[in-house]
Design a protein around this ligand. Structure first.
Ligand SMILES: NC(=O)c1ccc[n+]([C@@H]2O[C@H](COP(=O)([O-])OP(=O)(O)OC[C@H]3O[C@@H](n4cnc5c(N)ncnc54)[C@H](O)[C@@H]3O)[C@@H](O)[C@H]2O)c1
Length: 258
């Protein structure tokens, strides 16, 4: 049986993935702000370092897979810190613990929101790894109600691009570690509860995020994909961003990608 680390395991997609993997008799070390094996705040370097140390202690120094799920959707600086820098620190910090696994795997959660036009300045700061600069830019965006919504999608685009940039490098592909991302559409979790509270609100969301295939999804849909991407069966997916979105990518990008 395998040992998985799942961040954001106290709620939504992370919690459902943890339940699914435990049902399949794997060991899961959950990480979150509360109600998990490891308590850590991934919004800052101290919390990220304590997460790595506590996971190392809880696992005995050996894990088989990383599922970096923790995230926020608020139009705030914290979202920039957790959704990009927290996820990257999770991957980089836990990667050494994968050494020795016969089937090491890693996956992060991007979003179909990565398809929306980003804030270019923030995107470059993310990709340069400049957390102070990104936080300062995010603060400017957060202060403008017309721009604050760009923080989330820009962080998710940066995360998808980070995966594309790193997946084929010696430390990932060269070490036999498939590194990939999933990009969900609208998933019925506490994160989006306000958007789904009324039929009217739901229809407004689906205008922005069209999901012609089966509509809004339950978290188990994403959990099953995460489970496969981090399983022994996945030997050759490298740097893919897998849209699990009921068709919004097809509706938005059409034939401009393949
Ligand atoms: N629900 C959706 O429609 C949707 C769509 C696309 C992508 N996503 C992404 O999927 C992931 C999971 O989202 P969800 O819908 O399950 O949301 P959720 O709010 O149910 O769960 C997110 C979890 O992340 C944790 N978290 C937040 N900040 C943290 C921090 N600083 N340190 C540690 N943990 C922290 C929260 O405590 C929470 O338990 C997120 O990255 C989200 O952006 C969600």
């Amino acid at each position: 049986m395998r040992t998985y680390v799942i961040t954001g395991a106290a709620s939504g997609i992370g919690k459902t993935t943890a339940q699914l993997l435990r049902e399949r008799e794997h060991t899961v070390i959950g990480v979150d702000l509360h109600d998990t094996e490891v308590t850590a705040d991934l919004s800052n370097p101290v919390g990220r370092a304590s997460m790595v140390a506590d996971v190392a202690a809880a696992s005995g120094g050996h894990i088989d897979a990383i599922v970096a799920c923790a995230g926020l959707a608020s139009p705030t600086v914290a979202t920039a810190r957790v959704n990009f820098f927290g996820a990257v620190a999770t991957l980089d910090g836990l990667r050494p613990l994968l050494t020795g696994s016969s089937a090491p795997r890693a996956v992060v959660i991007s979003s179909m929101a990565s398809l929306f036009p980003p804030d270019d300045e923030l995107l470059h700061l993310f990709l340069d790894g400049d957390e102070d600069g990104a936080a300062a830019r995010a603060e400017v965006l957060a202060g403008d109600e017309n721009l604050s919504g760009l923080i989330y999608g820009t962080a998710k685009r940066a995360l998808a691009l980070w995966v594309r940039r790193h997946a084929a490098l010696p430390e990932w592909a060269g070490e036999g570690i498939p590194l990939n991302a999933v990009a969900p559409g609208i998933i019925d979790t506490p994160m989006v509860a306000d958007f789904l509270a009324t039929e009217e609100a739901k229809q407004a969301v689906l205008q922005q995020v069209p999901m012609p295939l089966n509509g809004i999804a339950q978290p188990i849909v994403v959990a099953r994909l995460l489970s496969w991407l981090t399983s022994e069966e996945n030997t050759h997916l490298c740097g893919q961003v897998v849209f699990v979105d009921g068709g919004s990518d097809v509706m938005i990008r059409g034939e401009s990608t393949w």
